[in-house]
Write a protein of this length. Structure first.
Length: 484
């Protein structure tokens, strides 16, 4: 009896192993699949070599001479999409609108697929629409938001003046961005200790997710065997701490202890109308989405802008001359961006050169799709390589050179090519772009009005970015010299 059972188990394992290496018919080219691991081991080895998963995918796409790279990571089919035509298809076709149902995503969403960033279907549509409407009416893109940004900028300038000239931009901008976000979500400026706690938690969470990325995503069952080593225990602990911070704020709103009309109040009003998808968990997750999606992306862009100003002092000179001629010392508002063409072009070049989200996604295919003649099956996870598109020689003149002028037409106007996807594109395009654009523009103009930014000790910091889920600069400091 035992030997029959054992034989059956062996047969079952062999059948599953064989099944796991068979690629679907007409699947896009890519490395061979190994039993149960798929191409995960090949990707992991290359990612280790290059210190980046994005570079591993890039090398494989070149190796297989394809713009549609077919992979299998753990049990999931993955396709990485390259090239303008394919990215346009992925951004516009309805089939690409889904988000994966993986264990990892659920863990990111504190246990249940909720919020905006990682939901799809009717829940996503309803809550994306609600969140965008709120952000448009109350804050983002309005004078109110500009006032909050100006307040934060005056704090930053004061902080820099009080410091010993040499400043680590991360230390000042991460908290300023978080404060503006927190103000629109929770209606109040967050106190310094709480702010530091929240930023540290989000930072620790992002590191824990990167560490656990390979393991937990591909083999979620390993959390039962190695709960510490797999990063699972750490992530659940940090999740709980972040959840507590947001919950505490929601409770404060319920007892009307916060003044004004912020996102949480608007959401609670919808809950009172008994709308079925407006639940406290959904509120918590949407707050988390806004904080996660908006904080590091915006502050990293400013850090890269400062790095670019250090590297290209001639560009800094041109920007300062433009600001000085057009604005002088007048406090900046976003309206001014129409008149500060070169400054605007500089910011766009920073966003191309340092594409903060190098691989946009993940998306989940809602139906089979044909791309470049290959068949990508329903439920495949899709990643779109925007970074490579931003360096495509066929689309950009000397893409590896930093040239703000590429965004200015002969008539002296700003022109953004249709293949520039720094905020994504289509129905899932970034919903915080107007806050990000405002903050980045106003921060840079205010800083350059006051300071000349130069290298600390005359040494240019290391320019090579760290490419994880988003792109970050290596830690650096710069000297902010007060202009006479
Ligand atoms: C420079 C700063 C930023 C960059 C580079 C950026 C980039 C992006 C990109 C590329 C996407 C598209 C993802 C996809 O297509 O799958 C996205 C989505 C999103 N962004 Fe941003 N973002 C920035 C700032 C912000 C801010 C300030 C907020 C919120 C306050 C925000 C909230 C979101 C949300 C909620 C989504 C998900 C939208 C959806 O799935 O429907 N982002 N962002």
């Amino acid at each position: 009896m035992i030997s029959v059972l054992f034989s059956l188990i062996v047969i079952l394992v062999v059948v599953c192993a064989l099944k796991s290496i068979i690629k679907p018919k007409n699947y896009p080219p890519g490395p061979k699949w190994y039993p149960f691991l798929g191409s995960g081991n090949v990707v992991r080895t290359l990612a280790k070599k290059h210190n980046s998963q994005w570079k591993a995918f890039y090398e494989l796409s070149k190796q297989y001479s394809t713009n549609v790279l077919g992979l299998k990571l753990g049990g999931e089919n993955y396709v990485v999409v390259y090239g303008e035509k394919n990215l346009q298809q992925a951004f516009s076709a309805l089939e690409f609108d889904g988000r994966p149902n993986s264990f990892f995503i659920k863990l990111r969403c504190l246990g249940e697929k909720m919020g905006v960033t990682f939901t799809d279907g009717s829940l996503w549509k309803e809550h994306r629409h609600f969140t965008m409407k709120y952000l448009k009416n109350v804050g983002f893109g309005r004078a109110l938001m500009e006032k909050d940004i100006q307040t934060e900028l005056s704090h930053i300038i004061q902080k820099i003046m009080n410091s010993n000239k040499s400043v680590n931009p991360k230390e000042v901008f991460a908290s300023a961005v978080m404060n503006v976000l927190w103000k629109s979500v929770a209606g109040e400026r967050i106190n310094e200790d709480r702010l530091k706690y929240l930023i540290d938690l989000l930072g620790a969470r992002s590191i824990a997710f990167s560490m656990a990325g390979g393991w937990l995503n591909e083999m979620p069952w390993c959390r039962f065997i190695f709960p510490d080593l797999s990063g699972y225990n750490l992530i659940t602990k940090i999740n709980q701490q972040i959840s507590d911070v947001i919950e505490e704020t929601i409770e404060k709103h319920k007892s009307k202890a916060v003044e004004g009309n912020d996102f949480i109040y608007s959401f609670l009003q919808e809950m009172n109308k008994n709308k079925s998808t407006f639940t406290e968990q959904q509120l918590k997750l949407t707050c988390l989405d806004l904080l996660i999606a908006g904080s590091q992306t915006t502050s990293n862009t400013i850090e890269f802008a400062i790095l670019s100003l250090l590297q290209h002092q001639d560009v800094q000179g041109k920007i300062y001359n433009e600001i000085n001629t057009v604005l002088g010392d007048t406090p900046v508002c976003y309206e001014d961006s129409r008149r500060l063409t070169y400054t605007n072009a500089f910011i766009l070049e920073v966003q191309r050169y340092y594409t903060i989200v190098p691989l946009v996604g993940p998306r989940r295919l809602l139906d089979d799709v044909i791309m470049d003649g290959y068949t990508i099956p329903k439920e495949t996870t899709i990643l779109m390589s925007v970074y490579d598109l931003h360096f495509d020689h066929k689309l950009w003149d000397e893409p590896s050179k930093f040239k703000p002028e590429r965004f200015i037409t002969e008539n002296g106007e700003i022109k953004i090519p249709k293949f520039m996807f720094h905020f994504g594109c289509g129905r899932r395009r970034c919903l915080g772009d107007s806050l990000a654009k405002r903050f980045i523009f106003m921060a840079l103009v205010s800083l350059l009005q006051k300071f000349k930014i130069v290298c600390s000790n005359g040494t240019l910091p290391r320019l090579e970015p760290v490419i994880g889920l988003i792109m970050s600069p290596q830690v650096f400091s710069a000297d902010f010299v007060l202009r006479k």
